[in-house]
Design a protein around this ligand. Sequence first.
Ligand code: S3P
Length: 159
Amino acid sequence: MSIILIGFMGAGKSTVAKLLSNDFIDLDKMIEQQIEMPISTFFDLFGEDDFRQVEQEVFEAAIHMDFVIATGGGIVENTGNLDILGFQNQVVYLKSDFDSLWQRILKDDKNQRPLAKDKEFARKLFEKRTPVYEKVADLVIAVENKQPDKIAQEIRDWQ
Ligand code: S3P
């Protein structure tokens, strides 16, 4: 079964996925290949609902590949994805407090995140999603002040 990394924007899911295996999928990158444009442009043109639909299709395809999967922070926004996550037994939640995540989002200015334009909006999303991440996770790792290779090692030790 795939290891699936979940967590809010800025948690380091893609970085940790890369460290865990050469066979990893960055779901956001896979979506961008499919839609042939940056996610932020897709949001502007078509809106979040259409994005969630593409995200679910790509996630359903990725899950069959048995790779390490770094999901987008909104993977838990969609009941279809929650059903898929419920059937998996290696769902790893990279958990952090909001302020640390926000600092990382601000630093990562190459990545234009459409749902992280406003801090208070993002905080509300974080508060709404946190219990859902907890619920679907098989392993929860606190990632504040931890180097990505240490996080990857914790996941390997748990497997
Ligand atoms: C989103 C998170 C992003 C990306 C999209 C929506 C979200 O991924 O999928 O901008 O709803 O939290 P990251 O968590 O990799 O930033």
